[in-house]
Design a protein around this ligand. Structure first.
Ligand code: HEM
Length: 450
């Protein structure tokens, strides 16, 4: 790749990028995910034409309170159903072509999380289009997304095959009780101020195709460039959370509610309020947790031994920040991701320790240019495995693989504490690898004649 090409490509074309990739979701929010099957190619193209007016670009005003986002993405099977030529299909990342279900063993989706136990039709060849609508309230969701929904309803040849509604719980937290969506990378050239002034913004090419990434190269981009450029890979996973089991586990190991909160925080790396252990190691600090100018402004370099935040805590595993700087073993900047997760299902009232049988959890959403070295690497090497933190037999205490031995070490002086026999608290209900093209790419798909 010539240096000239890289320079020419470096200014982000925000007016062509789907807004949902760059902008944070509103808070509070209500939303819907819809999966569609295309039975007739021309109907599929008509669908895209009808959806286009609802898809806003990343150059639209970024005030989340004003906005409703509709995001459109396709699976490999979806591109096939739309008649995308073979040369183009072959140019997508191999993991995308295989689909998430085929990657299940690598990802640790085994036993009850394995694809044969997934919610139908997740992971099947029927899933072609994924639509997401997110809005600050039901009225605005109705205005933007229901338009899209109706576009599907009266179109024969395109079938809605799955729907998942989501909304921010009244607590403003996810089902385990933690504030989520705080740690996000700053994207160079996006115009969005970084939430961690201690970190250099990440090159846009790590998240949006067509621009140099952290290696200085352009990441492999699907062809033709009208389809690949300004697009991004999207991963969605419906993850059921066992809230009662999680609470019982902590209750059985803590002397009181205070210790329970501390053990929970050690597992996540943040207190429930969102306050990071790195800045509030002893007690929760709700004011810090709610302060967007401070709650992500930290590194781990002064806490190599994990006395404040254990190296095995979920958020520290998922983004170790500067914890490995200087030893040359990990370049964290190559493994970052944009997250756009949402909650589904009702909240478990405070103090309840018995499972009520309700399905609840998060729809985890990733966006990035590299399925393998971002999402898959973090899931397999950092969450499902403990080698990189020197504890090979330990997995992520929140989302580690079900076959693990369920141990979690909390460094402490004079002696560390080790939690054992932690059952799986998260079960994969299914998911898919998708690609969200830029707006020009969507138009190209709608006009494709082959
Ligand atoms: C049910 C499953 C999950 C739950 C409940 C969960 C919860 C959380 C919470 C509470 C945080 C801390 C708040 C924040 O920084 O936003 C967090 C951070 C994070 N999680 Fe998860 N998570 C889940 C699954 C995953 C998965 C599967 C991945 C990646 C493969 C992941 C990647 C991350 C990343 C990258 C961060 C930000 C770390 C940082 O920048 O400091 N999470 N998660």
């Amino acid at each position: 790749m010539s240096a000239t090409t890289a320079t020419e490509s470096s200014s982000l074309e925000l007016d062509d990028i789907q807004g949902g990739a760059i902008h944070q979701r509103p808070s509070p929010y209500v939303g819907t995910y819809l999966l569609l099957r295309i039975d007739d190619r021309q109907a599929g193209q008509e669908l895209i034409r009808r959806l286009l007016p609802a898809v806003r670009s990343a150059s639209a005003p970024s005030d989340p309170a004003q906005n409703a986002w509709v995001t459109v993405a396709f699976t490999y099977q979806g591109f096939k159903a739309l008649g995308v030529p073979k040369a183009s299909l072959d140019s997508f990342a191999p993991e995308f072509r295989q689909g998430m279900a085929a990657r299940a063993a690598e990802l640790g989706d085994r036993g009850e999380s394995s694809p044969e136990n997934w919610e139908k039709p997740l992971g099947s060849t029927d899933v072609h289009v994924a639509l997401a609508g997110l809005s600050p309230d039901a009225t605005r969701l109705e205005a933007s997304f229901e338009h899209a929904h109706r576009a599907v309803e009266d179109l024969s040849g395109v079938e809605a095959i799955w729907r998942q509604d989501c909304y921010q719980l009244p607590t403003g937290r996810t089902s385990f009780g933690f504030k989520d969506g705080i740690g996000q990378p700053a994207i160079e050239g996006s115009g969005i101020p970084p939430s961690n002034p201690l970190e250099r913004p990440i090159k846009a090419g790590e998240f949006i195709l067509g621009y140099p990434d952290e290696t200085g190269e352009l990441p492999p981009m699907p062809t033709p460039s009208v389809l690949g450029r300004n697009g991004t890979y999207v991963v969605f996973r419906k993850l059921h959370t066992r809230v009662a089991a999680y609470r019982r586990y902590l209750r059985d190991r803590a002397a009181d509610r205070e210790e329970e909160a501390l053990l929970g925080a050690k597992m996540v790396g943040r207190w429930q309020s969102g306050a990071p252990l790195a800045l509030a190691p002893e007690h929760d600090d709700p004011e810090l947790g709610g302060d967007e100018t401070r709650n992500n402004a930290f590194l781990y370099g002064d806490d190599r031994r994990g006395l404040k935040c254990p190296a095995g805590a979920h958020a520290r595993r998922a983004n170790p920040r500067d914890a490995f700087d200087g030893d040359g073993s990990v370049d964290v900047r190559l493994h970052r991701m944009i997250r756009r997760g949402t909650s589904y299902g009702s909240v478990v009232p405070d103090g309840v320790l018995e499972d009520d049988g309700t399905d609840r959890g998060i729809v985890f959403v990733f966006a990035g240019s590299h399925l393998k070295r971002q999402f898959e690497f973090v899931k397999t090497q950092w969450l499902n495995d403990g080698i990189f933190i020197g504890a090979p037999r330990e997995q992520d205490p929140l989302v580690g693989r079900p076959a693990g031995n369920g141990a979690f070490t909390i460094p402490k002086q004079p002696i560390r504490r080790r939690l054992q026999e932690m059952p799986p608290f998260v079960v994969t209900r299914g998911g898919e690898y998708c690609f969200a093209p830029g707006l020009r790419g969507l138009r190209w798909l709608s006009e494709l004649t082959t």
